[in-house]
Design a protein around this ligand. Structure first.
Ligand code: KG4
Ligand code: ZN
Length: 329
């Protein structure tokens, strides 16, 4: 069994994954609530919360899976990219576990982890495919080749999609994280009532831009008083969300077309968005392309996806892994 640990941002996560990386036996996520009152993740607070929680989360992942440490054959851990202090807590814990049990350590890139969630969602899935990662820190398009290597096709020139949703939610006075908050507020809104720009919409590339969308919301809000804002809130949220969904869908479908992809994978926290999922289901059905979007709990940060990436990542033996370091980028 693979024991996987993920602490790159504000979720303290551990999971037990089958040796082939195709099935999670447990997937424990402790989402830190400490950050809500700051409206964003505070790195030092995140590191300290990981330190307090990680032991308990690892223990729970083993007991949920009904697996003892004797049955674990390697330890996988996110080493990059992410908040450096937060990553270090996971890496140190993984090294400790590997050393104590005489196990190899598998460093996993968080973004490769997000894509690997698709291998859990669809145990038959094999590359090549085109993948979109849309999270709080990244918005990028890749082709994934037959060796599971990822090749960057395009990325955001400014904010990530999740970041745009988080900032938009903050401007609208909604909660954090912003993605789910905007979705809830948008549920009975009219998305066509306000005109929001879709960044790089007609540009012949595979990049994204969300800064214009954010500015557009800012100007709309400046022109409204409190009462108008209350009235318009669902429509503003719906229009804002729809602009993000359209930007992501458009570029993903363009990439699939350009690369003649038999399948597309959508990963990262924003892939949990119901409106994006619905839109892509419809679009992919119409062009006869297979769509794999993992269930929401495998889209947002979790350790099962890190375990799923491990069988295809290089395992490092003792004492080599002692010099392994976390990296923010
Ligand atoms: O992948 P993730 O959990 O963490 C990072 O690696 O960043 O993504 C977090 C992002 C946040 O910006 C959050 O607002 C967004 O994913 N998100 C959503 C939803 N759930 C989380 N965005 C839209 N709709 C959702 N249901
Ligand atoms: Zn993530």
């Amino acid at each position: 069994m693979i024991l996987a640990i993920e602490t790159s941002c504000d979720d303290t996560c551990a999971a037990v994954v089958a040796p082939d990386g195709r099935r999670a036996l447990s997937n424990v996520v402790h989402t830190q609530t400490e950050h809500a009152r700051y409206g964003g993740v505070v790195p030092e607070v995140a590191s300290r919360a990981h330190l307090e929680r990680l032991d308990g989360v690892v223990e729970k992942s083993l007991s949920d899976a009904g697996v003892s440490l004797d049955e674990v054959s390697r330890v996988a851990v996110t080493t990059r990219p992410g908040l450096i202090g937060a990553l270090l807590v996971g890496v140190a814990a993984a090294k400790g576990l590997a050393y104590a049990r005489g196990l190899p350590l598998v460093p996993v890139n968080h973004l490769e982890g997000h894509v690997a969630a698709a291998y859990l969602a669809d145990p038959e899935l094999e590359p090549p495919f085109v993948a979109l990662i849309a999270s709080g820190g990244h918005t990028s398009l890749y082709t994934v080749d037959a060796d599971r290597k990822m090749h960057l096709l395009g990325e955001t020139l400014d904010d990530a999609a999740g970041e745009a949703l988080d900032k938009g939610a903050r401007m609208l006075g909604l909660g954090f994280p912003g993605g789910p908050a905007i979705s809830r507020a948008a549920s009975d809104g009219d998305r066509d009532r306000h005109d929001f720009p879709v960044g790089l919409r007609d540009r012949d590339n595979l990049d994204f831009s969300f800064s214009g969308l954010k500015t557009s919301l800012l100007y709309k809000l400046k022109a409204m008083d409190r009462e108008q804002l209350q009235q318009e809130l669902p429509h503003l949220a719906a229009g804002y969300e729809a602009a993000v969904v359209e930007a992501l869908s458009r570029k993903l479908l363009r990439a699939a077309d350009l690369h003649d992809a038999p399948a597309v994978v959508v990963a990262g926290g924003v892939a949990a968005n119901a409106s994006l999922r619905r839109n892509l289901e419809k679009e992919c059905a119409s062009i006869d392309t297979r769509l794999i979007v993992p269930p929401p709990d495998l889209c947002t940060d979790n350790a099962a996806m890190i375990g799923a990436a491990a069988p295809h990542s290089r395992a490092i033996a003792y004492p080599e892994y002692l010099s392994l370091n976390a990296r923010s980028v």
